[in-house]
Design a protein around this ligand. Structure first.
Ligand code: FAD
Ligand code: NAI
Length: 476
């Protein structure tokens, strides 16, 4: 087998890796991308966590379960009657799998279109060679590659509770949580973070009795407090049982399901039984199998690859992006870093603005934000103005029948520059884009307030929140 030479080799084909490979190829580099993810038939399934067991399948199930919830509880308000409503979980999962496959195939097509050489297998560092690094590919198509520049984008995996491995039958990571074949009667979740709330919502909407056990005493600590409070109210009203400040003890599988002992915030010892348990307590970087030690690639104490602000590692010509490095574990953050690294390799000035990376939690109501929270501004002693506008006073939200939540805008007291925008409410995931653009262009709240927004639209709530910063809302 002869060695294949490339300008750029990307290890990992998730959103960080496949996008970096495409951008590198666009810039004229001969580029390879190695990814080991397998579909059910053992074939390649590029797209990483995001496409296979993350963003895409979770949003497919969130959509299906939201349709079910709407039909079950809200169609009647519109005068639509339904008899014998049922859910075919197998079909719902099949649809989700089709959506995933469309994305896998789309990436393989994009590799062909952009002339990225794809290798299906595990990539690992072998050694440094003259002018680059040797990367071995293990798997069905074993190969030896040499690259002048290497981009590591190996992503992350679910963190297990100590001594409680995932069996993906009763104790589930995000992977198993997306494959539950029937609606559990009682579902437990450990961790009220992003996955806990999204997956908890899916199965609650379908009829499961859902309990979420969270270790911290505060709910969604990274979210603006006012927004988190509103979301907590909405989720508990929907029937999601969220217990904060618990200390999880023993977790054991039983014949019937899973037993969990924990100490409640009040100090009570509780023994709970669930049919299934999803553990969503964060993720760990993937470097197992990469053989970083073969070339002396530096990792931190969490196992993440150490990089500087430009995604450069301690080794010349080796870069790392996405979940395997510091920063938020988000697909769009990984993509932005991938593009920026490819452009830096080409001598350009790729840049990622960490201050304007949006966050979205795809529950109902959705939660989305960009920039600083009010508690962060207070903590750094910033002088700021705040404006909020409730969807209750928005005509489009009333017509939709979804008036939960608000838009909140925070602006600098002296310059009026927007410092943060926080939304809980319908389609917050789309509304946040306007705030991201505004912040990227260093807009003031007055800029947004002066822009003509279509009527009736949810985006008018953003304009009104901007007006509220100057205490001059028109519709509230
Ligand atoms: P990954 O997507 O993890 O991809 C890494 C790839 O590298 C994988 O295919 C892996 O198999 C491969 N790999 C690893 N080691 C090797 C090796 N040695 N050789 C070859 N291949 C290797 N983020 C959002 O922005 N929005 C969302 O809505 C969202 N929803 C999510 C829902 C869930 C349930 C989960 C778990 C995550 C979600 N995320 C979401 C987070 C998002 O999936 C990650 O931030 C994103 O996938 C990170 O991209 P990445 O390219 O760094 O890594
Ligand atoms: P997370 O970090 O969002 O939440 C984990 C939660 O578990 C935290 O609230 C933490 O306090 C709690 N916790 C940790 N250890 C615990 C313990 N022993 N007992 C009880 N609670 C404990 O992590 P999660 O939900 O696993 O998601 C991982 C990451 O995936 C997210 O941080 C996010 O970056 C990404 N993601 C993004 C999504 C999106 O953008 N919509 C959707 C899903 C995941």
């Amino acid at each position: 087998m002869s060695t294949k030479n490339f300008d750029v080799i990307v290890i990992g084909g998730g959103p960080g890796g496949y996008i970096a490979a495409i951008r590198a190829a666009q810039l004229g580099f001969s580029t390879a991308c190695i990814d080991e993810w397998k579909n059910a038939a053992g074939g390649p399934a590029p797209g990483g966590t995001c496409t296979n067991v993350g963003c895409i399948p979770s949003k497919a199930l969130l959509q299906s379960s939201e349709h079910f919830e709407q039909a079950h509880h809200h169609f009647a308000d519109h005068g639509i009657g339904l008899k014998d409503l049922s859910i075919d979980v197998k079909k719902m999962l099949g649809r989700k799998d089709t959506v995933v496959k469309q994305n896998n195939d789309g990436i393989l097509y994009l590799f062909k279109k952009n002339k990225v050489a794809f290798f299906h297998g595990r990539g690992s560092f072998a050694k440094a060679v003259d002018g680059g690094y040797q990367i071995d590919v293990a798997g069905a198509a074993a190969d030896t590659l040499v690259g002048k520049q290497i981009i590591v984008a190996t992503g992350s995996s679910a963190r297990a509770l100590p001594g409680v491995p995932f069996d993906e039958d009763k104790i589930l990571s995000n992977d198993g949580a997306l494959r539950v074949g029937s609606v559990p009667k009682k579902l437990g979740l450990i961790g009220a973070g992003v996955i806990g709330l999204e997956m908890g919502s899916v199965w609650r909407r379908l009829g499961a009795e859902v309990t979420v056990l969270e270790g911290l005493p505060t709910f969604l600590g990274a979210v603006d407090e006012q927004i988190a409070k509103e979301a907590f109210k909405a989720f508990t009203k929907q029937g999601l049982k969220i217990e904060l400040g618990v200390k999880v003890g023993e977790v054991k599988t039983t014949k019937a399901g899973v037993s969990v002992t924990y100490t409640s915030a009040k100090g009570d010892a509780v023994a709970a039984e669930f049919d299934r348990l999803i553990v969503s307590i964060g993720r760990v970087p993937n470097t197992v199998g990469l053989k970083p030690e073969a070339v002396g690639l530096q990792l931190d104490e969490r196992g993440a690859i150490v990089v500087d602000g430009n995604c450069k590692t301690n080794l010349a010509g080796v870069w790392a992006v996405g979940d395997v490095v510091r920063g938020p574990m988000l697909a769009h953050k990984a993509e932005e870093e991938g593009v920026a690294v490819a452009e830096r390799i080409a001598g350009q000035h790729g840049h990622v603005n960490f201050n304007t990376i949006p966050w979205v939690i795809y529950t109902s109501p959705e939660i989305a934000w960009v920039g600083e929270t009010e508690q962060q501004l207070k903590a750094r002693g910033a002088a700021y103005k705040a404006g909020t506008f409730p969807f209750l006073a928005n005509g489009r939200a009333r017509a939709l029948g979804d008036t939960t939540g608000m838009v909140k805008m925070l602006a600098d007291a002296a310059t009026d520059e927007i410092l943060g925008v926080h939304i809980v409410g319908p389609v917050a995931s789309e509304l946040i884009a306007e705030a991201v653009v505004a912040m990227e262009f260093k807009a003031s709240s007055e800029d947004i307030a002066r822009i003509c927004h279509a009527h009736p639209s949810l985006s008018e709530a953003t304009k009104e929140a901007a007006l509220a910063v100057d205490k001059r809302t028109l519709n509230f």
